[in-house]
Design a protein around this ligand. Structure first.
Ligand SMILES: Nc1ncnc2c1ncn2[C@@H]1O[C@H](COP(=O)(O)OP(=O)(O)OP(=O)(O)O)[C@@H](O)[C@H]1O
Ligand SMILES: [Mg+2]
Length: 234
């Protein structure tokens, strides 16, 4: 289970204070979860807390038995590298590295945790290049790719170490609706069956594909709805 227990994140900007929470949520670890809400409502903050990118001010977030809030910064970094894959709206590829090298970097960063030989790394990268249908572009640089192609590389990089939770923050925000739908379908297809998938979107059509929809409003959870259609299709 993924459990938020009285989780609070406080931000102070000058005189202003903004809080996310207290959040209480209990979600099966392998569920697909879509997060909706207006700009500034706290969607990215929620993902960053679950992904160990930001720390909680108070409360707990349990990923199975690990309370992320109790980890030191070093432990949180290790937790994130091992368990989390992150896909951003604006791809965040390293522009000096080729497609192949961008994906390889993710495995190298993870190498302290999972030791792959060079041959095993190459095998995994070649396989994933096929899955994202970019084998022919493996030696190209990000600027030589379309937005959709760059996002496919970012997805490969996020899942190559088989994370337990895949987080995506408006992954289709910079893409046209057809490419966006292909990207969401790819995310569902390439992630491991047991990998939980949390995705921020503004698109109701995308939301329908997820098991659960969480709506955030001004730092609070407004609703948590199970999507019957998605559950029937499962
Ligand atoms: N580092 C920070 N310091 C201070 N305030 C912050 C910080 N990060 C976010 N906030 C504030 O927290 C609130 C929620 O931000 P967040 O990025 O989670 O919103 P969001 O729902 O993802 O919005 P959007 O749809 O525009 O991406 C906003 O009011 C924002 O100004
Ligand atoms: Mg955001």
């Amino acid at each position: 289970m993924i459990e938020f227990k009285n989780a609070i994140r406080e931000y102070t900007l000058g005189e202003e204070q903004w809080n996310l929470g207290p959040i209480n949520l209990s979600i099966p670890h392998n569920a697909s979860v879509c997060i909706l809400g207006q700009s500034g409502s706290g969607k990215s903050t929620l993902l960053h807390l679950l992904g160990g990118i930001e720390s909680l001010t108070k409360g707990s977030i349990f990923a199975n038995t690990t309370d992320i809030a109790q980890l030191t910064e070093d432990q949180r970094n290790t937790f994130r590298r091992k368990n989390i894959g992150f896909v951003f709206q604006d791809f965040h590829l390293i522009k000096e590295l080729t497609v192949y090298q961008n994906i390889e970097l993710s495995l190298l960063i993870n190498n302290k945790i999972q030791h792959y030989s060079e041959q095993k790394r190459d095998e995994k990268i070649q396989n994933i290049l096929q899955e994202i249908n970019l084998t022919d572009k493996k030696n190209n640089y990000p600027y030589q790719l379309s937005g959709g192609q760059q996002q496919r590389v970012a997805i490969a990089r996020a899942i190559i170490h088989t994370p337990k939770i895949l987080l995506a923050d408006e992954p289709t925000g910079n893409l046209d609706s057809k490419t966006g739908e292909e990207i969401i379908n790819l995310l569902f297809r390439v992630k491991n069956k047991n990998t939980g998938f949390w995705c921020v979107t503004h698109d109701q059509n995308i939301a329908k594909k997820f098991d659960i929809t969480i709506t955030v409003h001004d730092g609070a959870i407004k609703s948590v709805v199970k999507n019957q259609q998605a559950l029937q299709n499962a």
